[in-house]
Design a protein around this ligand. Structure first.
Ligand code: GLY
Length: 347
């Protein structure tokens, strides 16, 4: 495994770690919703196995998620999502403001309504990267950090290896899993470039008292989400911006996050800022991942996970491993074949 930086330091590091298979389900994404839910079902066993293999806790928390409405407009939109997601078999509970405040007493008292999703959880995405690297090495994997890919070896139109500076790494199959940078891999012929672009997100974290945290559930407010960690960090995310790889935090971005968070949880006003950062989601044209053979023989894609890379980690690994070992595309992976974009390009 070749990694130009340190493993898990891209979108995996920037993420909030929400395992939001239910509340992020949107109209027109039935196949993706099914994949999200299948991956969520794998998470508990995946986390236990990974923790045992790596000795690193990955912070899987199962308090569930609250979605909030703060105004009458929000309430109408929350009612729509609630009906739509329940129609897809997602377990959701409508709550009065009083019921929501009983669960989370520091939410804005003027709350208009809330929905509780018992099945949407969170994990510590940064610990996940550390754990995966440790488990990979413990299993005998060769992880080379600080090793940028500079080209691909091609023989008779087939990928036969990867080049990193002076070194060549021959391979029967190469998996491209470079997140938002997947289309920019040096040596990739134009026809094999996956249609993946960076979707910028600005985020911040404030520091709560871990002994008396302001919040325990993941909360989706209308203009920000809030993710409380066991160590007291409260993550607030995220903007969604089409700005290429622009790495800058902006006054407007941070203001929008703080305002969105403050309207839902006024007590954050008193909390120290712990960190601010920018990340790049690997967005595809239909917001679903690209899993399977690229246009170039010998090259397999595992990219384009957009808003749900942490959630989709276990199923991506399982499907990719099965397809590499059998040479076949598992049925669950078929809807995400990269060829779906090539077929559209021809029409
Ligand atoms: N899944 C949360 C985000 O992409 O901001």
């Amino acid at each position: 495994m070749l990694e130009r930086d340190r493993a898990g330091r891209g979108a995996s590091w920037a993420a909030a770690g929400m395992l939001a298979a239910g509340v992020e389900t949107e109209p027109g994404e039935a196949a993706l919703a099914a994949l999200n839910r299948a991956s969520l079902a794998l998470w508990p066993e995946f986390a236990a196995e990974l923790e045992a293999a790596s000795g690193v806790a990955v912070g899987l928390r199962r308090e569930g998620t609250l979605m909030l409405a703060l105004t009458r407009d929000d309430l109408a939109s929350l009612r729509f999502s609630y009906e739509f997601q329940r129609g897809h078999g997602i377990e959701l509970h409508w709550m009065t403001p009083r019921e929501a405040l009983a669960r989370e007493p520091h939410l804005a008292p003027s709350l208009a309504g809330a929905v509780f999703s018992p099945g949407d959880h969170q994990a510590d995405n940064r610990a996940l990267g550390t754990a995966l690297a440790a488990a990979f090495r413990a299993a005998g994997g060769d992880l080379r950090e600080g090793t940028a890919v500079t080209g691909l070896d091609l023989t008779a139109g087939r990928v036969t290896g990867v080049i990193a500076g002076e070194r060549r790494f021959p391979a029967d199959t190469v998996v491209l899993a470079a997140g938002a940078w997947s289309a920019t891999l040096p040596g990739l012929p134009p026809e094999a470039r996956p249609p993946v672009r960076p979707v910028k997100g600005q985020m911040l974290a404030v520091r709560m008292d871990p002994a008396a945290p302001l919040l325990r559930h993941v909360v989706w407010a209308p203009k920000a989400y809030l993710v409380p960690r066991a160590d007291g960090r409260l993550i607030v995310g995220a903007t969604t911006e089409e700005r290429g790889f622009d790495p800058h935090l902006t006054a407007g971005g941070l203001y929008a996050l703080l305002d969105g968070a403050w309207r839902a949880l006024p007590g954050i006003e008193e909390l120290p800022i712990a960190e601010t950062w920018v990340g790049f989601r690997p967005g595809s044209r239909d917001d679903a991942p690209l899993l399977g053979p690229a246009a170039l023989p010998g090259l397999i894609l595992a990219t384009g996970h957009h808003r749900n890379g942490i959630l989709l980690t276990p199923i991506t690994a399982a499907l990719l491993a099965e397809s590499l070992l059998t040479g076949k595309v598992p049925p669950q992976m078929a809807p995400f074949a990269p060829s779906r974009f090539r077929a559209k390009d021809k029409t």
